[in-house]
Design a protein around this ligand. Structure first.
Ligand code: GLY
Ligand code: MN
Ligand code: MN
Length: 436
């Protein structure tokens, strides 16, 4: 991502903050995994969105109209020993030279410098409640500025949550963001195809997972956007199953929900297919029903449609189909009203997708479902999960779990499915799995 893109975003945010106010945003911190070992570092999405600065121990400050510069970055000073052990880091010079900060100060001097920046500012925008350390420090900095009241200095009088404006910006993806999302989608789609071609009875779920992750990493996408779900048989009925340690058997379905991350942007794909390469009759009937629901939901993704329209469409198709197949009894309208479908379909049909797999952005505005608009990206992921011990349905349906998930961009004309290359019709899947 080019620096000019981050600059454009900062400009937009500065306009929103307004003259006389200030915004603060902290980076992610290193997290210990176990003694002397850290988890791989992943920058906070908001912080990356505005700075592109990929280091912990940093704080960005935005002060609209400040003559000496509107963007200040507190970060680690360059340390030769650190560079030798841990590798490159920008240092103060790099922060201004390569990341366009107007000023850079050592993070260790934060408590000395920050109160001065808060003087005579009216509002402080910051991600309230997300970072306990920043919450705490801010109280102390404000307390310090207040203590200077008799010298004529005014302390901030309003704290404002930064999330609202920033997340509204993140909801609408730019061309540069879509490029990364398309790459994440493309490589993830290829990984799913490889998994379909590789999966066979006798393999373990983790071996299929390895195929996916191998493909992602080989193509430079070394992080998954979320832990991969590789769930065979009734494991697929556990929505967030990640044990991935069971053996694949002919006669079972395999549900894979996995996506790679490309330069901080996620893909989120689910496919469900038969281990043997051929659906049984009950599996095929339920699978076709989920697929029909997904098509109906995707058709509702267009500018001006409400956020909930795809979900409502999916629920209508699923409920009618469940009645037709005998898994639900009663009148479709009543069953929908009473949410009887929730026995087999207990989650929503999608979520925003972007830097975070469950991305930011409001779903309702003033209490009403918001309208879809070009540039938004969402998942469409209906499913059916028939518990293995569900006495209310015939035994042939029990323990079947199916989800089909694609990533969909709202366009001016309607929508574009970013993950369309992974087969999903019964015929396509069966054909792909026969070519070994
Ligand atoms: N992979 C998480 C989800 O589908 O929401
Ligand atoms: Mn999803
Ligand atoms: Mn998913």
């Amino acid at each position: 991502m080019q620096q000019s893109e981050f600059k454009k975003r900062r400009k937009q945010l500065l306009r929103h903050i307004g003259i006389g106010n200030i915004a603060l945003l902290g980076s992610a911190q290193m997290q210990t995994r176990n003694r002397d070992v850290d988890f791989p570092f992943r920058q906070d999405s908001d912080f990356h969105y505005l700075t592109g600065f990929n280091e912990p121990d940093a704080l960005a400050v935005f002060i609209p109209g400040r003559e000496q510069g509107e963007y200040i970055l507190f970060c680690r000073e360059f340390d030769e020993k650190k560079a030798l052990w841990e590798g490159a880091h920008a240092g103060l010079e790099g922060a201004t030279k390569h990341y366009d900060a107007d000023h850079a100060f050592p993070i260790d001097d934060l408590d000395d410098i920050l109160p001065g920046l808060l003087e005579d500012k009216h509002r402080v925008f910051y991600p309230m409640g997300h970072d306990a350390e920043l919450d705490h420090s801010l109280q102390n900095w404000i307390k310090h500025v207040r203590s200077l009241a008799r010298t004529g200095v005014a302390a901030p009088s309003e704290l404002v949550c930064l999330d609202r404006a920033l997340h509204e910006m993140r909801l609408f993806k730019s061309a540069a963001e879509l490029k990364l999302m398309r790459r994440a989608a493309e490589i993830s789609a290829e990984g799913h195809i490889k998994a379909m071609q590789t999966a066979a009875a006798g393999m373990y779920e983790y071996q299929v997972e390895a195929e996916l992750v191998y493909h992602f990493a080989k193509n430079g996408l070394r992080s998954v956007a979320y832990p991969s779900i590789v769930a065979t048989g009734k494991n697929a009925c556990t929505l967030h199953y990640t044990d991935n340690n069971c053996k694949l058997k002919n006669g079972d379905l395999l549900l894979i929900d996995a996506g790679a991350e490309c330069d901080h942007y996620a893909a989120d794909i689910t496919r469900t297919f038969p281990v043997s390469g051929k659906f049984s009759e009950p599996q095929k009937l339920l699978y076709q029903l989920v697929l029909d629901a997904q098509y109906a939901a995707i058709a509702e993704v267009k500018p001006g449609a409400t956020w909930i329209a795809p979900h409502d469409a999916a629920v209508a198709v699923l409920t009618a189909g469940l009645v037709e197949l005998g898994l639900l009894k009663g009148r479709v309208k009543q069953l929908i009203k009473k949410e009887k479908y929730k026995a087999f379909y207990m989650h929503r049909t999608g979520h925003w997708l972007g830097m975070d797999v469950h991305d930011v952005g409001d779903y309702k505005i003033n209490g009403e479902w918001r309208l879809l608009a070009p540039g938004m990206v969402l998942t469409v992921e209906p499913g059916l999960y028939i518990p293995a011990d569900c006495k209310a349905v015939e035994p042939k349906w029990r323990g079947i779990g199916i989800r089909i998930e694609d990533d969909v961009l709202v366009t001016a004309e309607g929508n574009e499915v970013l993950t369309a290359t992974v087969p999903k019709t019964v015929a396509e899947i069966e054909a792909l799995m026969q070519v070994q």
